[in-house]
Design a protein around this ligand. Sequence first.
Ligand SMILES: [Zn+2]
Length: 225
Amino acid sequence: MGAVERIPCGFVNCYLIRNGDAAVLVDVGLASSRDKLLNIMKENRVKTVFLTHGHSDHTQNAAYLVEHTGAKVAMNFLDVPLLATGGAADLQSRGVSGRLLRGATSMMGGQRSEIPSFTPDIDLRDGMSLEPFGLDGTVIGLPGHTKGSIGFLLRTGELIVGDALMNMFLPEPAYIFEDESLLWESARRIKALGDVQVFFGHGKPLANAKWHLAEKKNGSREEKE
Ligand SMILES: [Zn+2]
């Protein structure tokens, strides 16, 4: 059985990773999901929250959940500056889907994109072992969507990618990003991980072989199966 459980929170996914008695929550969603997540954290005695990146839809409940559970927050500190702004201002977009998404993201303004302030405790870097958190896996650096985007690769064959890839319209590298060349580099890195199950920040999980079919090839988009 896999170690990763998907927790749909509106249009964004959070995940619970379990290994024996250890449990980590990955991403914390928007305010509307905070009590659901608090219950899950209490039930599973979650002591650490991982954040895949600094956008508000993945981080908004961090302060609330920390206050009520005493959990530590671990993320890549390159994304700390985004916590003050929600991060929408720094985004570029690709294609029609990207323009729509970027418009929607910046319209989220006001309360929805606000991130109640918290101070992350642990700086997660590419290649770090997850053993200190009781998990069997490593941190994978996946910059591009944001500078500090990270994923989590588990020995059980599961990979949480945050928004490095999205499965909203088609499963593809994110339509919105801070650095497009890094985004594609991270996508190639994911592809090279071979036979793993990919868990997205948005949309349903897929086998790793399924998403890259939509990658650009010779300037045109390869047909989906
Ligand atoms: Zn994002």
